[in-house]
Design a protein around this ligand. Structure first.
Ligand SMILES: NC(=O)c1ccc[n+]([C@@H]2O[C@H](COP(=O)([O-])OP(=O)(O)OC[C@H]3O[C@@H](n4cnc5c(N)ncnc54)[C@H](O)[C@@H]3O)[C@@H](O)[C@H]2O)c1
Ligand SMILES: [Zn+2]
Length: 368
């Protein structure tokens, strides 16, 4: 299948952009493509043990490469400063210098860690993102946010470091387990709901192909997701207003994710949050019930939860107040005027919602 590409401008630097190449089976040519883009740069790969076991590392760089750091155990528990330090010290021992580039092959965890390591190694070297999960391909590989967690909170340390390029090989997600695959698609639904009604209809009509991991469908999703996220980030690099629309579904989502003790996957929690945000939009008189129904239907097709089971309304309210995006203890919500259009008040897209409405919506979501 033909490859395509989307170019994203780096915010604040109009002359600098980076290319996102999208295709199936482009993994094997990434090292030579990067060598062409960044001639003379030594390449160091950061990945995790699952990518190695599924054969993706070998498919990219061949067997037996030594210029690689394999994160083990994989996943959020390794997203900490000591992993970044280990990567950097490995690079130093192998005498990598400023003329190096990090290739981040993996999900959002690998991308965030490797991007952060690249941002601080020798005061900053380029990072190329090769996202391998539905979350990373739709969301984390684009936008330049990098970082790691502290003992106390997620993404406590980090910086913006825009990638030098992104290679999205749609075939990589075929080895993902089913639940993570489907949960990662919730960010695609989110993108469609905040920016593009046609994209929403596309997901609705092609859901079976998407669930079968059809490459043409995944290619279309990648183009849409990168286009939407890229545009939003370009227009609002510092997260003053427009970028907030990317938090659609995340106010209730983050609260239920954290209250579940992270038993819920991020995408599962955001699924509940999206339904909540639609219901709030409905209660505010902005959208008809049909919008909520469409959201519920598509999320149920992905087998995602659409109600809060077992959580108390009061604890969800309390957790939302403590969210870092709350202002003065009042949680902010991104709500819709329609599918594809976020409601703005004086150019702000995260708005106050009366507590009665939020409580009513939490009850409708089945909170106790
Ligand atoms: N920087 C951003 O803008 C941004 C945006 C969204 C999320 N994130 C971050 O991304 C992380 C979540 O990303 P994630 O869901 O990709 O998690 P992840 O990177 O932990 O991947 C999930 C699991 O899937 C495995 N995996 C990865 N690719 C695979 C493949 N192709 N086949 C089989 N298994 C594979 C991983 O080893 C891991 O066990 C969080 O830390 C979150 O904070 C960052
Ligand atoms: Zn999210």
């Amino acid at each position: 299948m033909a490859h395509s590409s989307v170019t994203i401008r780096v915010p604040g630097e109009p002359e600098r952009g980076y290319e996102i190449r999208i295709g199936s089976g482009l993994l094997g040519s990434v090292p030579s493509d990067v060598a062409e883009m960044l001639p003379g740069m030594r390449q160091f790969v950061v990945t995790d043990v699952n990518l190695v076991n599924h054969g993706h590392l070998a498919a990219m760089v061949g067997e037996g490469t030594e210029d690689v750091y394999v994160i083990d155990p994989p996943g959020e528990n390794s997203k900490m400063l000591s992993t970044v330090e280990n990567i950097i010290s490995e690079m130093e021992q192998k005498r990598f210098g400023r003329d190096s580039v990090i290739l981040a092959l993996g999900g959002g965890v690998v991308g965030d860690i490797a991007g952060f390591a690249a941002a601080i190694f020798k005061r900053g070297i380029p990072c190329v993102q090769i996202p391998a999960t539905t979350v990373a391909q739709a969301d984390s590989a684009v936008g330049g946010k990098t970082g790691v967690d502290s003992e106390l909170s997620k993404n406590a340390y980090g910086t913006f470091h825009h990638p030098a390029a992104v290679f999205i090989d749609c075939s990589l997600v075929k080895t993902m387990d089913d639940v993570s695959y489907r949960a990662g698609l919730v960010e695609s639904v989110k993108h469609a709901m905040i920016a593009d009604p046609e994209y929403f209809r596309y997901i609705e009509s092609n859901i079976d192909m998407i669930l079968e991991r059809d490459e043409a469908a995944l290619h279309h999703l990648a183009e849409k997701n990168c286009g939407i996220k890229g545009r939003v980030v370009e227009e609002d690099p510092n997260e003053k207003n427009l970028r907030r629309i990317l938090n659609f579904g995340h106010t209730i989502g983050h609260a239920v994710e954290s209250l579940s003790g992270f038993d819920l996957l991020h995408g599962e929690a955001v699924s509940i949050g999206i339904v909540g945000a639609c219901r709030i939009s409905q209660e505010m008189g902005l959208v008809s019930a049909e919008v909520t129904e469409c959201a519920v239907e598509i999320l149920q097709r992905l087998d995602m939860p659409v109600t809060i089971t077992g959580l108390k309304k009061a604890s969800v309210m309390e957790t939302m107040k403590r969210d870092k995006k709350s202002i003065g203890g009042v949680p902010k919500f991104v709500v819709l005027d329609d599918i594809g259009t976020v409601h703005g008040v004086d150019g702000q897209y995260a708005v106050d919602v009366p507590a009665e409405i939020v409580e009513k919506v939490l009850s409708a979501l089945d909170a106790k």
